[in-house]
Design a protein around this ligand. Structure first.
Ligand SMILES: Cc1c2[nH]c(c1CCC(=O)O)Cc1[nH]c(c(CCC(=O)O)c1C)Cc1[nH]c(c(CCC(=O)O)c1C)Cc1[nH]c(c(C)c1CCC(=O)O)C2
Length: 345
């Protein structure tokens, strides 16, 4: 699209730009004092997610400071289980808590028919954002990929070994696939509604795919992602979709080839020479500064950003982190990183 002015969308369409566009996963969050103030005003994190005015405000906060090339809808991947009827709470300092679903019988608690009633405020946030963001900024909608959302639904919280979900998936694949099928359908409907409300691209977060066996990765990561991408492209053939399969390692080529995503997000561990010679030949890549560098800062941060630019800047590329910003991040270091990327030095 020669007339497309948004750098982010040009890179996603496959253009190699002299200066890559930049945004950061979790760019709205607790590292910003203005976020903490708005969250306090909202009451709780979930109240914030379902308050279109305040969710819009926290999405805009990092744009005001850093003028990122993309805004990402402020919400969470766990609004889907909540909309399906699973109880969800965020306890201070403990992360998400859900009533776990450990077997096929537990699926009877889920109901896909009313998801839009719960999710309507999220669509309203997207719609407000699409008129509130600057003209040169792209609007990203998102969802968790089915496997990653299922980890929270089955474990009931964050996990270190993912024993319950692996037991369910490997021990009763037919029962487990019913959960994944529900998530494919709910996620498709959710993302189509975000697109209708104004999202210009979609990112699918697959944070925990790396814990699966080889066959498991194909069945529970690649296949559900392929279905969601196909469902969206059936309605919006030109909608760019970014997949972020964290920890996918040697599966990255299959992930790109078999799912049909337009661009692939890279975690910080992926060897960049291999990316430049293989994955990036197939389409745009996004990543992959270790978010810890935004805490440590200084010349080491800039040297690592330089290395990433040198390795990936000769092809279609979007600068980002290898995972989300953490609350300990220094807002000043974020400013220095953005300035460095924009100056190219
Ligand atoms: C696994 C996952 C979740 N949520 C998300 C993922 C996938 C990406 C990743 O791995 O980071 C994705 C997510 N979560 C949030 C966004 C908003 C958009 C953005 O700025 O990137 C996005 C895209 C806000 C959030 N989601 C959450 C916060 C912090 C909530 C707070 O204000 O206390 C934010 C800003 C809470 C959350 N949400 C989740 C957890 C495990 C937690 C608790 C951890 C923590 O406290 O940092 C689930």
């Amino acid at each position: 699209m020669p007339n497309q002015k948004k750098l982010f969308l040009r890179a996603l369409a496959g253009e190699t730009l002299p200066t890559p566009p930049i945004w950061l996963m979790r760019q709205a969050g607790r590292y910003l004092p203005e976020y903490r103030a708005t969250r306090a005003e909202a009451g709780s994190f979930l109240d914030l997610c379902y308050n279109p005015d305040l969710a819009c405000e926290v999405t805009l906060q990092p744009l005001r400071r850093y003028d990122f090339d993309a805004a990402i809808l402020f919400s969470d991947i766990l609004v889907i289980p909540q909309a399906l009827g699973q109880h969800l709470a965020f306890k201070q300092g403990e992360g998400p808590q859900l009533d776990p679903i450990r077997d096929e019988a537990g699926l009877s608690r889920l109901n896909i028919d009313k998801i839009h009633d719960v999710l309507a405020p999220v669509y309203e946030t997207v719609s407000k954002l699409s008129s509130a963001i600057p003209d040169h900024t792209a609007l990203i909608g998102f969802a968790g990929a089915p496997w990653t959302v299922a980890t929270y639904m089955v474990e009931g919280k964050g996990s270190k070994d993912f024993a319950n979900i692996r037991r369910f998936a490997y021990g009763d694949p037919a029962g487990f696939s019913k959960l994944i099928d529900i998530l494919v359908e709910a996620t498709t409907q959710y993302l189509l509604a975000q697109i209708k409300a104004g999202a210009e691209t979609i990112q699918l977060f697959e944070t925990w795919g790396g814990v699966l066996s080889e066959n498991g990765f194909h069945r529970w990561v690649i296949e559900p992602t392929r279905k969601i991408v196909a469902n969206i492209k059936a309605v919006h053939p030109d909608m760019p979709i970014i997949g972020f399969p964290r920890g996918a390692g040697l599966h990255l080529m299959d992930f790109k080839n078999l799912t049909g995503v337009d661009a692939v997000g890279l975690d910080s561990g992926v060897p960049l020479k291999w990316v430049a010679e293989n994955l990036q030949k197939l389409g745009p890549v996004q990543g992959n500064l270790d978010p810890m560098y935004l805490i440590t800062g200084g010349d080491e941060m800039l040297a690592e950003a330089r290395r990433i630019l040198d390795m990936l800047g000769k092809g279609p590329f979007i600068f980002n982190l290898g995972h989300g910003i953490t609350p300990e991040t220094s807002p000043e270091n974020v400013g220095k990183l953005v300035e460095f990327i924009r100056r190219g030095e």
